[in-house]
Design a protein around this ligand. Structure first.
Ligand SMILES: Cc1ncc(C[n+]2csc(CCOP(=O)(O)OP(=O)(O)O)c2C)c(N)n1
Ligand SMILES: [Mg+2]
Length: 694
C-alpha cells in the first residue's frame, strides 16, 4: 500500500500498518532533526506499542489521569519517541500540577519537531511531571520495570480496600516495555523476584529481545536464559517470535489478561532499526541518527514518501480515535457512572479515593500523634518513629510501607490490630515485606507513590546507597515518597565502619528537591513526620538514631515545632545576644545542649541551633535565617556525626566543624564518641577557640 494514495479507502489492516509506520517515521525524523536520539528501537517496537495502545489498553486520551486507567511504562526510556508518537497520535490531553485537565495536547507535532530541545514536551527520555501521559520517569535502565512492581502492588491494594461486589473500582493492569539493558540491571532481578513472590498477575513486562546493546551483540555479555530465569521467579513466560506480527502480540497480551496468580513476561524477538537496509540488527541503529541517505532508503522500504517529514497521513489519528480513543472513552464513562453509584452507596470510601487522588490528607490525619515528656534517658529516634508510623497508618487509610528485611530494627512494623501483611493472599495488608532488596524497595515505593498511595520504605541509613538511584528519581519526579533510614550514624558501634554512614547525609543533601531530616529528639521526630506528611511534591529522607536520645524539656527549650522551619533557636543565653553559635542535628543535639550549659557556666554567651533539615531552612526567608544565624556572630561550631562536607555554608570559612573526615570503626559507641571527638568538652573547647579564648 502506498501512503501517497491515502485518499483511497483503507482496510483496518492497512490502517494498522500505516499507524505503525507513522510511529516509525516520526521517530526517525525527530532523531534526524535533533541530530541525537535513539531511532532503532522505536522502529522495531512500533508494532508492539501500537498494539498495546490501540488494541488493548484502557486509556482515555481525554483524561490521562483517570484513576482506573491501565498503566504503560517504557522502561527502555531511550526509546522515548515511541511514547511521544503515541501520545501525539492519540491526542492525549495535558494535565497540570493541580491535576486539572487542560485543553492542549500533551505532545504536539511541534514538540516532536523540537525533540530533545529546551521546553519541548518531547524530551530525550520520558519525564513524569513534565509530560502528561508519562506514568514514570525512565532512562536509568531497570528503574521502570522496578517501579512497575509498585504500581502493581498499588492496584492490588486499592482493589482490596475499595472494590465491592459489583463495584470493580480498581481493576487496571500495568504494561511495561523493557530491553536487554533493563533485564541486565540488578534492580530488575530484585523486582522480578518480588513480583513473582507476590503473584502480581496484573503486571506484564514485554522484553525486547533484539540481541543488541550499545557495545554490540548481547553475546558479548548477556547469554543467560532469560525465560528460564523468569520461570524460576514464578512468572508466566510467553514468546512472540516476530515483532511485526501484531495479531500474535495481541494474542499474547490476551493470554496475560487471562493469567491468574503470576506476572507475565512476553519475550518478543525484534530487529533493532527494522527496515533500515544498512543498520538493521546493528548497534549503529541504537543511539544515533540514521543519516539522510539511510532515512530515504528506510522510508522507501516502508513504502513511505521519501521526501516527507513528520508526516501523519490522513486516517491515522482517526484510527487511534476509533481504537484507544473510543475504547478508553467508553471505559472511562462506564467507570464514571459506576463510581457515581459507588459514591451513593459508599460515600466515605469514595471521598477517600477523591482525597487520595489529590494527594490531600484526611481530616484528623495527625490526631493522637505522641507527645514525649522530658526524659534524660530518652528514646531512640527509630522507636519514636515506630510510634508515629503506627498512628499515621491508622489515621490515613492509604498510608502503608515496609522495610527491606529490617522491620524489627527500623521499628517500622505496623503492629496495631488489623494492620496485616501484604501478600498474594492478603493484598489489603499495610506491612510490605520487601526482602533484602533495597533498590527494588525504593523503586517500588516510588511506584506506590505514583499510584497516589502514601508510602514509605525503610532500611539502615548506610544501605541508602543501595537505593540511591530510585531516591534520586523520586526527587526528579517530585513524588512525596518517604524513606525511613535508621542507624543514622555511629550508633551501630560494634558493627563497625561497614555499617556506619559518613558521607550519606552530604550526598543526599546534594540531591535537588529531596528533603532530608535528622531529628534531635523524640518530639523532633514527631514534628519531622508532621512536616513530611504535608509534602505533596517532594520526597523526604528521615535519618533516625538507633540509640536513645534524651528527650529535651520543652518548658526550658524552644518547642519542637521549630522543625518545620528546618532550623531554630533551641537555647540562648538569657536576655543577652549570643557570641558563639553551636549548630547540631540528630544525636549531637543533646551534646550541643550539654556544651551550652558548660559554656554559660563559664560566662560564654552561647546559642544552640537545632538544624534537622538544611533544605527546609534554605526555604525560609532571609530575615528568619538571619534571626537564627545572625550574620554578625562569626564564632560558630557545627556538630554532626557525619561527613563535615558542606558545613562551611553555615559556620563560614572561619567556623569549626566537629564531624567525620574518615570512616568509623568497630567499637562500643562510647569509645567511638571519644575517639572521634563527639564529647561536650570538645565542643566547649571549639567554642572557646572560636572566641579566641583557648
Ligand atoms: C543504568 C543505566 N546504565 C547505562 C545506561 C546507558 N545506556 C542507555 S541504552 C543502553 C543499552 C541498552 O541496551 P538495550 O536495553 O538492549 O536497548 P536497545 O539498544 O536494544 O534498545 C545503555 C547502556 C543507562 N541509560 N542506564
Ligand atoms: Mg537490546
Amino acid at each position: 500500500m502506498s501512503v501517497t494514495n491515502v485518499a483511497a479507502p483503507m482496510t483496518d489492516t492497512e490502517l494498522d500498518q500505516l499507524s505503525v509506520d507513522t510511529i516509525r517515521t516520526l521517530s526517525i525524523d525527530a532523531v534526524q532533526q535533533a541530530k541525537s536520539g535513539h531511532p532503532g528501537t522505536p522502529m522495531a517496537l512500533a508494532p508492539l506499542v501500537y498494539t498495546i495502545w490501540n488494541r488493548v489498553m484502557r486509556f482515555d486520551p481525554e483524561d490521562p489521569i483517570w484513576p482506573n486507567r491501565d498503566r504503560f511504562v517504557l522502561s527502555n526510556g531511550h526509546a522515548s519517541m515511541l511514547l511521544w508518537s503515541v501520545l501525539h497520535l492519540t491526542g492525549t490531553r495535558a494535565v497540570n500540577a493541580d491535576y486539572e485537565r487542560l485543553g492542549q495536547p500533551s505532545v504536539s507535532l511541534e514538540d516532536i519537531r523540537r525533540f530533545r530541545q529546551i521546553g519541548s514536551k518531547a524530551p530525550g527520555h520520558p519525564e513524569y511531571h513534565w509530560v502528561s501521559g508519562v506514568e514514570t520517569t525512565t532512562g536509568p535502565l531497570g528503574q521502570g520495570v522496578a517501579t512497575s512492581v509498585g504500581m502493581a502492588i498499588a492496584q492490588k491494594w486499592l482493589a482490596d480496600r475499595y472494590n465491592r461486589p459489583d463495584f470493580a473500582i480498581f481493576d487496571y493492569d500495568i504494561y511495561v516495555v523493557c530491553g536487554d539493558g533493563c533485564l541486565m540491571e540488578g534492580v530488575a532481578a530484585e523486582a522480578a523476584s518480588l513480583a513473582g513472590h507476590l503473584g502480581l498477575d496484573n503486571l506484564c513486562w514485554i522484553y525486547d529481545n533484539n540481541h543488541i546493546t550499545i557495545e554490540g551483540q548481547t553475546s558479548l555479555a548477556f547469554t543467560e536464559d532469560v525465560a528460564t530465569r523468569f520461570l524460576a521467579y514464578g512468572w508466566n513466560v510467553l514468546r512472540v517470535g516476530d515483532a511485526n506480527d501484531i495479531d500474535r502480540i495481541q494474542q499474547a497480551l490476551g493470554v496475560f489478561r487471562k493469567t491468574k496468580t503470576r506476572p507475565t513476561l512476553i519475550i518478543l524477538d525484534s530487529h533493532i532499526g527494522y527496515g533500515s537496509p544498512h543498520k538493521q540488527d546493528t548497534s549503529a541503529a541504537h543511539g544515533e541518527p540514521l543519516g539522510d541517505e539511510e532515512v530515504h532508503l528506510t522510508k522507501r522500504s516502508y513504502g513511505w514518501p521519501e521526501e516527507a517529514q513528520f508526516l501523519v497521513p490522513n486516517g491515522v489519528r482517526e484510527h487511534f480515535a476509533a481504537g484507544v480513543g473510543a475504547r478508553g472513552a467508553a471505559a472511562r464513562s462506564r467507570w464514571t457512572a459506576l463510581f457515581a453509584s459507588y459514591r451513593a452507596r459508599y460515600p466515605e470510601l469514595a471521598s477517600e479515593i477523591d482525597q487520595m487522588q489529590r494527594r490531600d490528607l484526611p481530616t484528623g490525619w495527625d490526631r493522637n500523634l505522641p507527645v514525649f515528656p522530658a526524659d534524660t534517658k530518652g528514646i531512640a529516634g527509630r522507636d519514636a518513629s515506630g510510634k508515629v508510623l503506627n498512628v499515621l497508618a491508622q489515621n490515613i487509610p492509604w498510608f502503608l510501607g515496609g522495610s527491606a528485611d529490617l522491620g524489627p530494627s527500623n521499628k517500622t512494623t505496623l503492629t496495631y490490630e488489623g494492620a496485616g501483611s501484604f501478600q498474594a493472599g492478603s493484598p489489603g495488608g499495610k506491612n510490605l515485606h520487601f526482602g533484602v532488596r533495597e533498590h527494588a524497595m525504593a523503586a517500588t515505593v516510588n511506584g506506590l507513590s505514583l499510584s497516589k498511595l502514601r508510602a514509605f520504605g525503610a532500611t539502615f541509613f548506610i544501605f541508602s546507597d543501595y537505593a540511591r538511584p530510585a531516591i534520586r528519581l523520586s526527587a526528579l519526579m517530585e513524588l512525596p515518597t518517604i524513606f525511613v533510614f535508621t542507624h543514622d550514624a555511629m550508633g551501630d558501634g560494634e558493627d563497625g565502619p561497614t555499617h556506619q554512614p559518613v558521607e550519606h547525609l552530604a550526598s543526599l543533601r546534594a540531591i535537588p528537591g529531596l528533603v532530608t531530616l535528622r531529628p534531635g529528639d523524640a518530639n523532633e521526630v514527631v514534628e519531622a513526620y508532621r512536616y513530611v506528611l504535608q509534602l505533596r511534591h517532594q520526597p523526604a529522607v528521615l535519618a533516625l538514631s538507633r540509640q536513645p536520645l534524651p528527650t529535651l524539656d520543652r518548658r526550658i527549650y524552644a518547642p519542637a515545632t521549630g522543625v518545620a522551619r528546618g532550623a531554630y533557636v533551641l537555647a540562648d543565653p538569657s536576655g543577652q545576644n549570643p557570641e558563639v553559635i553551636l549548630i547540631a542535628s540528630g544525636s549531637e543535639l543533646s551534646l550541643a545542649v550539654e556544651a551550652h550549659g558548660k559554656l554559660l557556666a563559664e560566662g560564654i554567651r552561647s546559642r544552640v541551633v537545632s538544624m534537622p533539615s538544611w533544605e527546609i531552612f534554605e526555604h525560609q526567608t532571609q530575615e528568619y535565617r538571619d534571626s537564627v544565624l545572625p550574620p554578625g556572630v562569626k564564632a560558630r561550631v557545627a556538630v554532626e556525626q557525619a561527613s563535615t562536607f558542606g558545613w562551611e555554608r553555615y559556620v563560614g570559612t572561619s567556623g569549626f566543624v566537629i564531624g567525620m573526615k574518615t570512616f568509623g570503626a568497630s567499637a562500643p559507641l562510647k569509645e567511638l564518641q571519644r575517639k572521634f571527638g563527639f564529647e561536650p568538652d570538645r565542643v566547649v573547647a571549639a567554642a572557646r577557640a572560636q572566641l579566641g579564648r583557648a
